[in-house]
Write a protein that binds this ligand. Structure first.
Ligand code: CA
Length: 230
């Protein structure tokens, strides 16, 4: 089945280029010129992934991302943010507000397509045959893609879900940021190590309520570990 990508971008030239590239790569592409129109399309079409420009007239891309993460229906929609070059602060803020990845303009179409594929993969587009995992009341079921803490549902973004899945499947082992990048994000994708820290922070925050954030441990100078021991 073709994955549907919603492209929210006000610059016509970039939109045309992306439509051409993504269609040729086998994606279904729908477009919006601003965030409001994008929001309407998300409600009516339910795309598989959102390509979201940061700078939009009216409601900004980052504001739209924030709104989508607040709503139960769209919390898990994978988002790739398009940002201006050299705007480090924007990139980090974009990730904090709920984007799963970003590409910096001007970007190579090949890199963007690789990132789209990687994100679709880790957002659960592919079948998962592994069994359910449980640690001290924290449960993850790959079949239903559900995470619960002491029986209470926890909503995770696609990247946090995949990160937690990896950790729970490999407990009591330290992984460097580089190893996590390879295992969770996959190769062929260039991501700064700082990106991992943002997702770890988000994962911990989501697990805070049930007290399971303590299981995601920072190992100084080495990386991260999923452990029941202090
Ligand atoms: Ca723009």
């Amino acid at each position: 089945m073709k994955a549907t990508i919603l492209l929210v971008e006000d610059e016509t030239a970039i939109r045309e280029m992306l439509r051409y590239t993504l269609t040729r790569e086998g994606f279904e592409v729908i477009e919006a010129g601003d965030a409001r129109e994008g929001e309407r399309l998300i409600a009516s079409v339910a795309p598989d992934l959102l390509l979201l420009d940061w700078m939009l007239p009216g409601l900004s891309g980052v504001e739209l991302a924030r709104r989508l993460r607040r709503s139960e229906r769209t919390r898990r929609l994978p988002i790739i943010m398009l940002t201006a070059r050299g705007d480090e602060e924007n990139r980090i803020q974009g990730l904090e507000e709920g984007a799963d990845d970003y590409v910096t303009k001007p970007f190579s179409p090949r890199e963007l397509v690789a990132r789209i594929r990687a994100l679709l993969r880790r957002s659960g587009g592919d079948a998962d045959t592994e069994g359910p995992l449980e640690t001290e009341g924290l449960a993850l079921d790959p079949a239903s893609h559900r995470v619960t803490a002491n029986g209470v549902d926890i909503s995770l973004g696609p990247t946090e879900y995949r990160l937690l899945h990896f950790f729970m499947a490999h407990p009591e082992r330290v992984f460097s940021r580089n190893q996590l990048l390879d295992q969770v994000w996959g190769d062929n994708v260039y991501i700064e190590e700082r990106t991992i820290d943002v997702h770890i922070r988000r994962l911990r925050k989501a697990l805070e309520k049930g007290g399971h954030d303590r299981l995601i441990q920072t190992v100084r100078g080495a990386g991260y570990r999923f452990s029941t021991q202090v």
